[in-house]
Design a binder for this molecule. Sequence first.
Ligand SMILES: [Fe+2]
Length: 297
Amino acid sequence: MTNSESGWEVRPLSPALGAEVIGPKINNLNDDQVKKLKELLLEHLVIFMPGQSPSPALHVEFGKRFGSLEGHPNLSSDDKLPREIFELKASKGGIADEWHTDLTFRSSPAIMSIMHIVKCPEVGGDTLWSSTYAAYDQLSSPMKDLCEGLTALHDAHPHNQPDQMAIHPVVRLHPETQRRALYINQHFTRRIVELSAEESEAVLKYLIGWISHPKFSVRYRWRPGTVCMWDNRCTQHMVLNDFTGERVIQRVTVTGDKVFGVKGKKYKPALNSDRLSAQSRHDRQLFMHLKNEDSSS
Ligand SMILES: [Fe+2]
């Protein structure tokens, strides 16, 4: 427990990431306080501010202090809400119970998400975050070296939009901290471009399991009215689907920029396109995406 110079109380929640910040009132922050929140976010990767209960309009206003906002590209929200607000209700299937970073199927995925938990069950429905910095840092040197030379294909299949795809480095460089973070996730990542389909499956399975190790994570129990912010460039998250009753969240996302890796491209895509065989179907999606990229560039 520490007191920052802002007078806020900062309570770290796990060694890997996460802190509660007690003191800020998000409806009344000066520029220095916004700067302080940005610094706290870079340090703790996910921060929680209980007792805020912002209206949708205030939520949007607060979000705009951190950059331009974008609505959800695929999932519809409530028409009565500002277009920047994306609302998820558990009763309508809104339970993100698989590890992911928001919107990685886009070429410039959201850099930050700001969520207000409007309604939550008395117990259950906790959210877990994982530090992809820590997951990268604790890989062995040969594994780091391998991952740094790879890119991966992400798609919006979970949103029934499999044609929305993007290729990103498997290790991304955080543009503000210059730290390295693993950048594949269970929900949206389909294939490592430079490995064969079989190799990709094995490596993705390993990395997805590794990132979900409890030592890289924090688990947060919600109270209605809490506002939470996380950095999508160095974290993943998932909701525990272990509750009954309603859980409602409202979220805004801050528009992202291009994802940069550590090294230039080292290897060619691993496609068996020379000779068609029964196994060619495993390469079809990657082949089509690369073909479309070629024709549009
Ligand atoms: Fe999410």
